[in-house]
Design a protein around this ligand. Sequence first.
Ligand SMILES: Cc1ncc(COP(=O)(O)O)c(C=O)c1O
Length: 378
Amino acid sequence: MSEPRSIPMVDLKAQYARIRSEIDAAVAGVLESTAFIKGEDCGLLEKEFAAYCGAGHACGVANGTDALILALRAYGVGRGDDVVTVANTFIATGEAILLNGARPVFVDVDPATYTMDAAKLEAALTARTKVIIPVHLYGHPSDMDAIMEIANRRGIPVLEDAAQAHGAEVGNRRAGTLGHAACFSFYPGKNLGAYGDAGMVVSNDREFIARLRQIANHGGGTNKYDNVVLGTNSRLDTLQAAILRVKLRHLDRWNTERRAIAEAYATALAGVPGLTLPRERTGARSVWHLYTVRAQDRDALQGHLKNQRVSTAVHYPRPIHLQPAMAPAGLGPGALPVSEQLSREVLSLPLYPELPLAEVERIASEVRDFCHAGLARA
Ligand SMILES: Cc1ncc(COP(=O)(O)O)c(C=O)c1O
């Protein structure tokens, strides 16, 4: 019998194969125009992505990390300020705070949705708190109604880290309009991914986006060589914008396909011993960037799946407050028990729109076999 196909976490070749002619035409158009920087696709993508989110304004930047760094700068964050966020995230969220000279203050997360525990937010706020950054992890929106109620009462801006959540919703509003501003990454494996690095900041606050745009383009004024404020070069280039415009047209369909896969996993893995499945908070709609389960025997399960040619990943093996780079936050082991426990238990299973449902069933059956055998071993 031939070996089963090896199943990757993400298959960007399969995605390209579906949209090759559209992408190739878009890339050829940019090459013909030679408008590699600030070409018309850049402005059009900003308009189209802002509209997709339901927001008024957007500014393309070089990547999602820059989106966070520059958004905090546009909020005036600096030395002596605190920025409140979560530790159960990709390191970029914390880097953006420290690189602006501010101190990250971490709030623990809700174990069911892996996102900021709003009940613990208020206690973390002080007169020094300049911005709150909830992270919509794995595509699931944070508890934004509760977070916004607290933030608005205290007059603190909320910056969504929506790097993993293009199209995620609370009620009938999308990520990008749930806080005061939002940062997106278009890293290739994201739900909306470029063919290189790219990012965007979205907001209804026109002046905020204007400030950010200025910083992202050398602090420019009306004339090319005016440098009004200290800025940097963090532009989204035209080739990436053209590719993203094509892919944006497919995003809703791909998110629907991701949901079907998440539902197939949920059905196939219901009630499996030693396994906790991800679920959506009432009123929230995930875009299933990742399907991340909690497993009591995570490392052994990962090893078993690897032997069966199924790729998996751990997002993330260490909550960022325990990374040496985040030492200025001043937290040690035990400070955030839920985040720390999750880092020992989480395992992301393959999920991408083109993943055949038959393969979801094969993965689920391997997980079931492993967990039932574990029960027998116990
Ligand atoms: C939650 C989160 N924030 C920020 C980023 C940074 O985005 P980028 O890789 O585009 O710099 C990422 C993506 O990698 C992310 O997952």
